[in-house]
Design a protein around this ligand. Structure first.
Ligand SMILES: [Zn+2]
Ligand SMILES: [Zn+2]
Length: 287
């Protein structure tokens, strides 16, 4: 049984032609029995899933780290496509920090005309999108009966203030484990989540570059993200084997090569450092 990370989208709010918005897929197991956990649903997420031969119906659950627009842009697409492309009622569970229910309620409200059109047009479609929201703060998360089960998922508060609350998730499967941090500065919640894990997926921004951008709105982002060096320090404190960087701001290659990013993280962390394009896949192995 394998646990694998696929970087579906390595972009950020800044549109880039070849980087989808923030989204990471955690897959456990192989073939039809595999579980696929989607963490965040940024711009283009279903296009990237399609490249893997997967779609919204294959998702075990969706895990939202925080409610910044770039991380939830295409949540509406996941909801609609799941609903339209399944032929029996297939609930979609969306897990996120407090506030997620209100956002999902508003998304569903915005989809109301579309839902009405399709219900009226398709005789065999007799239910609205079946979405369940679970709001979490910390601890183990239990999905509804019949969903998941092969992966143990826990969450902790992260620190992306003033975006609050925000959470990170840890996925444990068959002795292997990976943490998906989301956007955060180094913090005790993330340290706790990472302790004993094999791998850490961390969003990062090149603070050395952003600090010199002549727009205050960009400079403002310095205080609630981690640099590759800070992500490296978090990985080193937790003694994980592998650090996977994503959410490259500015995008690679304008912000340097993958090797440049890796070198910055390596100033703090001497384990394996993965920097990749969309669809970059990393298998997580137990120690
Ligand atoms: Zn954010
Ligand atoms: Zn972000």
């Amino acid at each position: 049984m394998t646990l694998a990370v696929t970087l579906l989208g390595t972009g950020s709010p800044l549109p880039a032609p070849d980087r989808a918005g923030p989204a990471t897929l955690i897959s456990a197991g192989e073939g039809a029995d595999a579980e696929h956990h989607l963490v965040d649903a940024g711009r283009g997420v279903l296009m990237r899933l399609a490249a893997l031969g997967l779609g919204a119906p294959n998702l075990t659950a969706v895990w939202i780290t925080h409610l910044h627009s770039d991380h939830i842009t295409d949540l509406n697409d996941v909801i609609t496509t799941r609903w339209v492309m399944t032929f029996t009622e297939t609930p979609l569970t969306i897990v996120g920090p407090v506030g997620t229910r209100q956002v999902v309620d508003h998304i569903l409200a915005s989809l109301d005309p579309d839902v009405g059109y399709r219900l009226a047009h398709h005789d065999d479609l007799d239910h609205r999108p079946p979405v369940t929201v679970i709001e979490v703060e910390r601890g183990e998360v239990h999905l509804p009966d019949g969903q998941g089960g092969a992966v143990t998922i826990t969450c902790e508060q992260t620190d992306h203030k003033p975006v609050d609350p925000s959470v990170g998730y840890r996925f444990d499967h068959d002795g292997a484990s990976v943490v998906v941090a989301g956007d955060t500065v180094p913090c005790t919640g993330l340290d706790a989540l990472c302790t004993g894990a094999n791998a850490l997926v961390h969003t990062t921004i090149r603070k050395d570059i952003i600090a010199n951008v002549p727009f205050q709105r960009m400079v403002d982002t310095l205080d609630y993200h981690s640099s590759p060096e800070e992500a490296g320090a978090t990985a080193a404190r937790a003694e994980v084997d592998t650090l996977i960087l994503t959410h490259y701001v500015p995008p690679i290659p304008q912000s340097g090569t993958a090797d440049d990013w890796r070198a910055l993280a390596a100033t703090e962390f001497d384990g394996t450092i993965e920097v990749g394009d969309d669809l970059h896949r990393v298998e997580i192995t137990p120690r």
